[in-house]
Each structure stands twice: as structure tokens, then as C-alpha cells.
Design a binder for this molecule. Structure first.
Ligand code: RIB
Ligand code: CA
Length: 318
């Protein structure tokens, strides 16, 4: 059973992922020991309050009295901060205007929380990151021994044989903080990367969305409401009613790697290209000969039916 420290930018697919993680906790398939939030879809503090809202809706005690939710980096390491209100709403949850959560974030920063929990449970913690990687990059700078203390790092991000979703070649989580992402891929720890190559084919459509809406529970009603905003944003891209719940696939591959298909390649991030900054590069011909970074396990496909059916069943179980 993975011991998960979740780092996210709680927007809509992060929120669906929190619902899924709550069901995994209840089923004894994962232990969620903390959440850190980072700039990305929304600012990191709003992301923390959204995380508390969703965990409380899922029946998980969170905040200073339960699963700690730590506010992380408010901006990237070396560029201006950008948000994604068009895709996730100004409030990050489809502008659904949910009330304030009962719980409050802890005072510890997300990066400090990563270091503390990794040191408190050496070799046990899986970092699941579904936002920009600023907190993970900061934690690596804070504690150079971190890679030896972490069991695995699972990242939703990147694009290889698939177009980018924020520029021609770059995927949003990487593009939001390329320096932090390159620190993560250069570190000597086991990384599983779940790029758009794997997530885009899992796009849900009418059948899934209608089945979600047909279920009468607080969690299903909430998921339906936020997905409506996300589907409106995604439909022009997909050219059909639907949306890509990217982050939930990374979470599912964390607890059941067999759902995915993988290749192993070293990965670098373009940091200097004026037009290509934030692009993830896996082609050995593009990597400097002297660069011997550890290969990354990259998901290139998944069992789409298994993903969609399990995610729907999980939300319906709340
Ligand atoms: O590119 C998709 C990723 O960017 C997802 O994690 C989504 O939540 C946004 O953060
Ligand atoms: Ca995200």
C-alpha cells in the first residue's frame, strides 16, 4: 500500500483526484499522509483551501486536525507566475463558489513538509505531483539527501510524441516551472512520468459524464458541477463533449502501475529556447553525451476502460 504525499494545484482534475485518493484511503489501498499545494491552476493558498473543501466533502478529516494540507510555492523559480482560470475557473473549482472549508492549512510550507515526512519515514513515501514541480524542486535544494529518502516520485506532466497543451510542445505542469522540473528529472530518485501521451487518450465523454451525473450523492453532484466547467473548456480541443482528467491517471498508476504501459528514457527540460522553453526532451540524440541522468519510467499508454470505469466507481462509492 503506497504511502502518498500529494503535491497539487487543486483545480478540477486535481479535485477529482482527491476524491479518488479518499476512496483509496477508505479501501486501504493507499495512505495519504499529507498534501502540499503549489501555484499553477490557481494560487497555492486557494489550492490549499480547495483541497480542504474536497477532502471534507469526501469525509476525510484534513487540515490542522487531520491530513495536513500545507501551502507551497506561490511562484516558479525563474519566471512569472501564471494561472489557468480559463480551464479551472477563477476559484479553481469551476467557479462553483463553495463555502469556506472547516479546516485550515498547516503553517509548515509544502517543501518543508516534503523533507520532514520523507525523513520521518525513510524509504516509504511516494511523492505524487500533479501540479508544477516547484515544491519538489525546492525540497531537493533544501535537503540534497531527499532522493535517497523517497520511495518513488510520480509526476503528471510533460509531452513527448504528443503536442503540448500550453505551447506547441510544452505541457502545463512542466511549462509553469521548467527549472524545478529539470531538477526533479535530474535527481537520483525513481520517477514515473505520466505525460499527455498517456493522459489525453483517457478523455472521458458522454457515457462517462452522464453516468457520473446519474448518481445522487454529494460527491457525484460536486464532481458533475466542476466537470461541467472543465468540459466547456475542453470541448473545443477535443471537438466533442468531454475532458481529460489527467491527474487521476497519475494517481491510479501510483497504486496500480499495471494499468499503464511504459518506456524508460532520461528526460531533460528545455530551459533556454525562446519558443520551446518547458518542452520535455527524451531523445538521446538531443541529450549532451556527458549527461548521465537516471532514466525516467514514462507512461506512454494506459488501459483506458479500466481507468474510466475504476474512477467512476470510486466517485460513486463516496
Ligand atoms: O497539463 C495538465 C496538468 O495541468 C494537470 O495537472 C492540470 O490540473 C494542470 O495542472
Ligand atoms: Ca494539476
Amino acid at each position: 500500500m503506497p504511502t502518498v504525499l500529494f503535491d497539487c494545484d487543486t483545480g478540477i482534475d486535481d479535485a477529482i483526484t482527491l476524491l479518488y485518493l479518499a476512496t483509496l484511503m477508505r479501501a486501504g489501498e493507499a495512505e495519504l499522509i499529507g498534501v502540499g499545494t503549489v501555484h499553477g491552476n490557481v494560487d497555492s493558498r486557494t489550492g490549499a483551501l480547495n483541497t480542504l473543501r474536497v477532502l471534507e466533502l469526501a469525509g476525510v478529516e484534513a487540515g490542522t486536525k487531520g491530513v495536513p494540507v500545507a501551502v507551497g510555492a506561490s511562484r516558479p523559480m525563474a519566471q512569472d507566475v501564471h494561472y489557468a482560470a480559463d480551464w479551472h475557473g477563477i476559484d479553481g473549482l469551476g467557479d462553483t463558489g463553495l463555502p469556506e472549508p472547516a479546516g485550515r492549512p498547516v503553517t509548515e510550507s509544502a517543501a518543508a513538509q516534503i523533507v520532514r515526512l520523507a525523513r520521518s519515514r525513510p524509504g516509504e513515501v511516494t511523492l505524487l505531483a500533479t501540479g508544477p514541480l516547484t515544491n519538489l524542486g525546492a525540497a531537493l535544494l533544501l535537503d540534497p539527501e531527499l532522493p535517497s529518502l523517497v520511495r518513488e516520485v510520480v509526476v503528471m506532466g510533460g509531452a513527448f510524441d504528443h503536442p503540448g497543451n500550453i505551447t506547441t510542445h510544452a505541457e502545463a505542469n512542466i511549462w509553469h516551472d521548467p527549472e524545478a522540473a529539470d531538477l526533479v528529472f535530474a535527481a537520483d530518485w525513481p520517477v514515473v512520468l505520466v505525460p499527455l501521451d498517456a493522459t489525453h487518450p483517457t478523455a472521458v465523454g458522454d457515457r462517462w459524464l452522464d453516468a457520473l451525473a446519474a448518481h445522487d450523492s454529494a460527491a457525484a453532484r460536486f464532481a458533475t458541477r466542476i466537470m461541467e466547467f472543465y468540459v466547456t473548456a475542453y470541448t473545443p480541443t477535443l471537438k466533442r463533449r468531454g475532458a481529460v482528467i489527467h491527474d487521476a491517471l497519475a494517481a491510479m498508476l501510483t497504486v496500480d502501475p499495471g494499468v499503464g504501459t511504459y518506456v524508460e528514457r532520461p528526460v531533460r527540460v528545455e530551459l533556454r529556447g525562446e519558443l520551446t522553453r518547458g518542452t520535455t526532451v527524451w531523445d538521446a540524440r538531443s541529450l549532451p553525451a556527458e549527461d548521465h541522468r537516471r532514466p525516467v519510467k514514462i507512461a506512454v499508454a494506459s488501459d483506458v476502460t479500466a481507468f474510466q470505469d475504476r474512477l467512476l466507481a470510486a466517485i460513486h462509492s463516496l
